[in-house]
Design a protein around this ligand. Structure first.
Ligand code: BTN
Length: 334
C-alpha cells in the first residue's frame, strides 16, 4: 500500500524528473541536488519504473522521464488537487478485496475525513444490492470517506448527486456526456460505464460516517465482462470509457471528479438540493420514460415522473403515484 504522505524520497526524485523532463539527469547530479546517496537515487528510479513511469536511462547521460504512470498513485492524486478535504489524503493498493471494505475500516479514524482509497484491481468488488462488481486492471475503483453534516434523509440523495458529479467530470475531461440512469448508474449509448455504492453508519440518528464507492469502466475488455455478467440481475450491457478519446489520463478524470464531488457535497451540507435535482434530471435517461421498477418487494410498471428531494423516484402507475427509494430500473423504451 502507498499513501500520499509516505515515500518522500521517491516522490522527491520523481518530481525532479517530472519538472526536468527535457534533459538527461545524471545519477550524480540527482544525488547532489536532492542530497541523497547515488544508491538511493538508483533504488528510487528502479521503483519509479516499476510503478509504470517510463524512465529512459542512457550511459554517460543519465535518466530522463518520458511518460507518466497510468496508475492512480496517491502522490499524483493529491498533487495540485483543488479541493479542501475531498481526496486530500490518498491510499493506493495494487490488489485489494474491495476498496469499500478498506475504506470502512479506515473510516473509524475521524482524521481520515475526505480520504480516497484506490485499487488497481479488486478481488471481491461489491456492487449495489449485494451483487458482485467485476474489477480487473484497467478500471478505476475508488472509495471516498466522508463525515457529512447533512440530514439522514439526504443519504439517498447523496449517491445520486455523486453520479451527477461524475457525469460532469467525464464531460469535462472526455467531452462526452454520460446519461444518468436512476438511481446512480452512468451510461453511454444505454450501456453501463460507471456505478456508485454508498455504505453509511448511523449513530443516534446522525450520519457517523459515509463511504462512497465508485466503479468506472475506464479502459476494459467489455466483451469479457459482459460474458461474465450475462443473465445477472440489472445487467444491460457494459461500456468502456476511454476508447472515445485515447489520450485522456485517468488522473485527470479523478482529479476533476474530486473537485466536482466536493462542490456537490458542500451544496448538500448547505441544504441546497434544488440545483442538484434539476441538473441530475437534465442528464437523466430515466425521467419521462416508461419503466419497470424492481424493488425487493414488488415490481411497478409505469412512467418515471421525477425524483424528489430525497432522490426517490416518483412513478405514475395507472394514475397512482409511487415513491421508490431503492431498486433497479428497466427502461421500456430507448
Ligand atoms: C453498482 O452496483 O452499480 C455499484 C458499483 C460500485 C463499485 C465500486 S468499485 C470501488 C468500490 N469498491 C467496491 O467494492 N465497490 C465500489
Amino acid at each position: 500500500m502507498y499513501s500520499s504522505f509516505d515515500n518522500p524520497g521517491l516522490v522527491k526524485v520523481l518530481r525532479f524528473l517530472q519538472t526536468h523532463n527535457t534533459e538527461y539527469l545524471s545519477g550524480q547530479d540527482l544525488s547532489d541536488v536532492l542530497r541523497i546517496s547515488r544508491v538511493a537515487v538508483w533504488k528510487h528510479i528502479k521503483k519509479i519504473q516499476e510503478l509504470g513511469y517510463a524512465v529512459e536511462s542512457k550511459q554517460k547521460l543519465g535518466y530522463k522521464l518520458t511518460a507518466n504512470s497510468e496508475l492512480l498513485l496517491p502522490w499524483e492524486i493529491t498533487s495540485n488537487l483543488k479541493t479542501g478535504i475531498v481526496g486530500k489524503q490518498a491510499y493506493y493498493f495494487d490488489t485489494v478485496d474491495s476498496t469499500q471494505n478498506q475504506a470502512l475500516k479506515m473510516a473509524e479514524d475521524v482524521a481520515k475525513d475526505g480520504a480516497i482509497i484506490v485499487a488497481a484491481k479488486q478481488t471481491g468488488g461489491r456492487g449495489r444490492s449485494g451483487r458482485r462488481w467485476i474489477s480487473p486492471k484497467g478500471g478505476i475503483w475508488i472509495s471516498i470517506i466522508l463525515h457529512p453534516k447533512f440530514d439522514i434523509s439526504r443519504t439517498t440523495l447523496f449517491p445520486i448527486a455523486a453520479s451527477l458529479a461524475l457525469s460532469i467530470a467525464i464531460e469535462k475531461t472526455f467531452s462526452i456526456r454520460p446519461e444518468l440512469k436512476w438511481p446512480n448508474d452512468l451510461t453511454i449509448k444505454g450501456k453501463k460505464v460507471a456505478g456508485m455504492l454508498v455504505d453509511v453508519s448511523l449513530e443516534s440518528n446522525k450520519i457517523e460516517k459515509l463511504v462512497l464507492g465508485v466503479g468506472i469502466n475506464f479502459d476494459l475488455n467489455v466483451k469479457q465482462i459482459e460474458r461474465a455478467l450475462k443473465g445477472t440481475q440489472n445487467f444491460y450491457g457494459v461500456a468502456s470509457l476511454r476508447k472515445h478519446k485515447q489520450e485522456v489520463k485517468p488522473i485527470h478524470l479523478i482529479q476533476t471528479f474530486l473537485v466536482e464531488l466536493e462542490k456537490i457535497y458542500k451544496s448538500l451540507n448547505a441544504k441546497q438540493t434544488k440545483k442538484i435535482i434539476s441538473e441530475w434530471t437534465k442528464r437523466s435517461s430515466t425521467i419521462g420514460k416508461n419503466v419497470v421498477l424492481d424493488t425487493t418487494e414488488s415490481k411497478i410498471k409505469g412512467k418515471a415522473i421525477k425524483i424528489d428531494e430525497d432522490g426517490a423516484l416518483i412513478i405514475l402507475e395507472n394514475k397512482k403515484s409511487h415513491k421508490v427509494i431503492a431498486g433497479d430500473v428497466i427502461h421500456l423504451e430507448k
